[in-house]
Design a protein around this ligand. Structure first.
Ligand code: TSX
Ligand code: MN
Length: 595
């Protein structure tokens, strides 16, 4: 086999992988349009890519019904000790896991091409960026990585110059015998699916799934799980956060990074059109923030991705017009429904339900049909550059200076619209205890409260107690230059079960309050849980909410909050002696303030 690059570690890894997986061919990707089109032709020929007449250069894919989402039960953090992975991760001993997976990988690419994808997470050459190389046998993964990461010959040049990289091995786990015809979405059965991470050696091994975060290894696997472990070692942060820029009428800029669990509308927030007069909002990222302390002592963030891999279901011109405009061309759709005139459709896209569709399983569908036409986790994969409100600095290699962190969750009661943390430690406490009620869209009992600290529970690849401590340490280093921390809840309901807050564009009113807090322009009143807006502190011009409504929305009921304490204690107990004393102190002080 000829050496593909001038990077010895990479060449050796390619060679070893080919010897193990036995592909028919090896192909080194360069990220060009020609390469993209070549993959599309291949995917069209095999029946996997369905061209959409209504959207130029856009294609619909239908996954195997068993391969429709991230699989947390099959996701592993493999560190030398179980305690290092901590209580929030599935752990398998690395020797055992590698043995199991090597047996699966043996000959798994027979009859297929092995693609080698060099990619940069973050602008090529940025001091915050990292290089990864994904080896995969899926051309769908190749085109998706083109959109979601920076695949280019410039990355190959950096590798040739000796730059290090994070190896990301992926196989769909479906070898083809000679003469065997392929299926539309080849993958392995569920019991053979493994999404494995070896954070001590910066290594990812994924087997058996072709879907999203299981297969596009730059995103959750590298961008969050491996990156969180590297960030702790190197003293920076890899967070599950949107990044946005707000500009006030005077032209002053504020940068916000916000973490929410699933089903809170993170992508909608990232692309929001503000309703508050004179304010502008621009998108820098919708999922991941990598942040380092700059020479001036402030915290600078980049979006390591270059595309949006968003949930299609529920996205509409009402909920997210800027996303809809992003999706006009050059989009990869997965598990959406297909209309008779060659467009995609999903539940919630508009009010008129077509009388006939092909559903995500490829079957005829009418409004009388039983299930959904699109899968609830149907996705779009689109270049971030196509977003009409993408910030001109979204690819600035230095990042943007973060002024504000927001945590939040979906709570129908108890938690007010917005409040500010008393201090960095209190803000870390708010992140560490963030909770959301489950909806139909996520698994588990509907309406039960789930703690998802920093929205990182599925993505922190080391002991989460140590992760809390890392946040405290970062605050110590940032000192007076630390971003201020806020908590929001767009989802509080009144006694009749109606949402008290209009949300969406009007969330800009809460963001404006935060910016004015930073500038010392607006007061706050101390409550037991944090700092609340003073009367008329929130700009509610033209929103038409009754004072009674606002009162309900902002109410802090001490009795209800006291009832939260045992649940927080239970949540914290899981981390044992890894829970920082400073967070125990925060809990004690909250209990004391509640009386
Ligand atoms: O994304 C949402 N956001 C954030 C937007 C920037 N959603 C959708 C949630 C699931 C992904 C919201 N849903 C938000 C919100 O702020 N708020 C709500 C609740 C809500 C839903 C509908 C209305 C109001 C509130 N409709 C009317 O008032 C007419
Ligand atoms: Mn996410």
């Amino acid at each position: 086999m000829p050496a593909l690059t001038k990077n010895e570690k990479l060449n050796n890894w390619i060679k070893e992988t080919a010897e193990m997986c036995r592909p028919d061919d090896i192909y080194l990707c360069n990220g060009t349009k020609e390469e993209y089109n070549l993959m599309i032709e291949k995917l069209k020929a095999s029946g996997s890519a369905i061209p959409l007449k209504k959207r130029p250069n856009s294609y619909l894919f239908r996954s195997d019904p068993s391969d429709v989402a991230r699989i947390e039960d099959h996701t592993f953090i493999s560190t030398s000790s179980k305690d290092e992975a901590g209580p929030t991760n599935n752990w398998i001993d690395p020797v055992e896991l590698k043995n199991t997976m090597k047996n699966l990988y043996k000959g798994c690419m027979k009859g297929r091409t092995m693609y080698v994808i060099p990619f940069s997470m973050g602008p090529v050459g940025s001091p915050i960026s990292k290089i990864g190389v994904e080896i995969t046998d899926s051309p769908y993964v190749v085109i998706s990585m083109h959109v979601m990461t920076r695949v280019s010959s410039r990355v190959i040049e950096l590798l040739n110059a000796g730059e290090d990289f994070i190896p990301c091995l992926h196989s769909i786990g479906a070898p083809l015998d000679k003469g065997q015809t392929d299926v539309q979405w080849p993958c392995a059965p569920i019991e053979k699916k493994y999404i494995s991470h070896f954070p001590e050696e910066n290594l990812i091994w994924s087997y058996g799934s072709g879907y999203g975060g299981n297969a596009l290894l730059g995103k959750k696997c590298l961008g969050l799980r491996i990156a969180s472990a590297i960030a702790r070692r190197e003293g920076w942060m890899a967070e599950h956060m949107v990044i946005l820029r707000l500009t006030n009428p005077e032209g002053k800029q504020y940068h916000i990074a916000a973490a929410f669990p699933s089903a809170c509308g993170k992508t909608n927030l990232a692309m929001m059109l503000p309703s508050v007069k004179g304010w502008k909002c621009e998108c820098i990222g919708d999922d991941i923030a990598w942040m380092k302390i700059g020479a001036d002592g402030r915290l600078y963030a980049i979006n390591p991705e270059s595309g949006f891999f968003g949930v299609a279901t529920g996205t509409s011109y009402d909920t997210n017009p800027m996303a809809m405009d992003t999706l006009k061309e050059n989009v990869i759709f997965t598990n959406c429904a297909l209309t008779d005139d060659g467009d995609v459709w999903w539940e919630g896209i508009n009010d008129d339900v077509p009388s006939h569709l092909i559903d995500w399983k490829g079957q005829d569908w009418t409004p009388e049909s039983k299930g959904d036409a699109a899968h609830p986790n149907a996705r779009f994969t689109a270049p971030a550059s196509q977003c009409p409100v993408i910030c001109k600095d979204w690819e600035n290699p230095n990042g943007v200076p973060i002024d504000i962190f927001i945590f939040g969750g979906r709570r129908s009661s108890v938690v007010p619209l917005v409040y500010e943390a008393f201090s960095w430690d209190h803000g870390v406490f708010l992140g560490a205890t963030a909770a959301s009620e489950t909806t139909f869209a996520n698994i588990g009992e509907v309406g039960s409260l789930r703690r998802d600290p920093f929205a990182m529970k599925p993505f922190c690849s080391y002991n989460m107690g140590d992760y809390f401590q890392h946040w405290l340490n970062m605050g110590d280093r940032l000192g007076s230059k630390a971003p201020r921390i806020f908590y929001v809840n767009w989802f509080r309901k009144n006694h009749d079960g109606r949402f008290l807050w209009p949300g969406f564009s009007d969330n800009s009113r809460a963001l404006k309050w935060m910016c004015e807090r930073i500038d010392g322009k607006v007061g706050a009143k101390k409550s037991a849980i944090g700092l609340l807006p003073v009367d008329r502190g929130l700009d509610l011009n033209g929103i038409g909410l009754s004072p009674k409504n606002m009162e309900e929305l902002m109410e802090v009921d001490l009795k209800e909050w006291k009832a939260e304490i045992p649940d927080i204690e239970k949540h914290f107990a899981v981390f044992g002696n890894r829970l920082p004393e400073r967070l125990k102190k925060q809990l004690k002080e909250l209990a004391e303030r509640l009386g």
